[in-house]
Design a protein around this ligand. Structure first.
Ligand SMILES: [Zn+2]
Length: 126
């Protein structure tokens, strides 16, 4: 079960909450179990992306989510790259392009928007 670390902005205590899935986590309103404050901040579990020996493809799905959640395009790009390489398949141009753009620091939102556009658009675009 994925657990998410939080820090309460009211009483300063740290705590973890468990959700059945990332969807549940997204839908939930986390509250501090100590003082019941809703002023809580998600503490992103820092995954040591910089460690060259770390194969990101071996991360648990929760750890991958924490990378995505962290919103650092370069970390996400690195994740994409390693997952793509370890899958042992030829990454298609779209995937490689998305990875390159993330590594350059472009936001995931902007890259995702283009990916969705590409998947949905017909060859005769407009
Ligand atoms: Zn609290």
């Amino acid at each position: 079960m994925p657990s998410y670390d939080f820090r309460c902005n009211s009483c300063g205590r740290r705590f973890a909450l468990f959700y059945k899935s990332y969807k549940d986590y997204e839908a939930a309103t986390p509250a501090c179990p100590h003082c019941h404050s809703l002023q809580v901040a998600r503490r992103i579990t820092r995954v040591a992306i910089a460690r060259p020996s770390l194969n990101l493809a071996n991360l648990s799905s929760d750890e991958m989510l924490s990378v995505l959640d962290g919103g650092n395009p370069r970390e996400i790009g690195t994740l994409f790259q390693q997952v793509g390489e370890s899958a042992g398949v030829d990454m298609d141009e779209t995937y490689r392009d998305a990875t390159r753009r993330l590594l350059k620091g472009e936001s995931l939102e902007s890259v995702e928007r283009d990916l969705e556009g590409e998947a949905n658009s017909s060859p005769a675009d407009e």
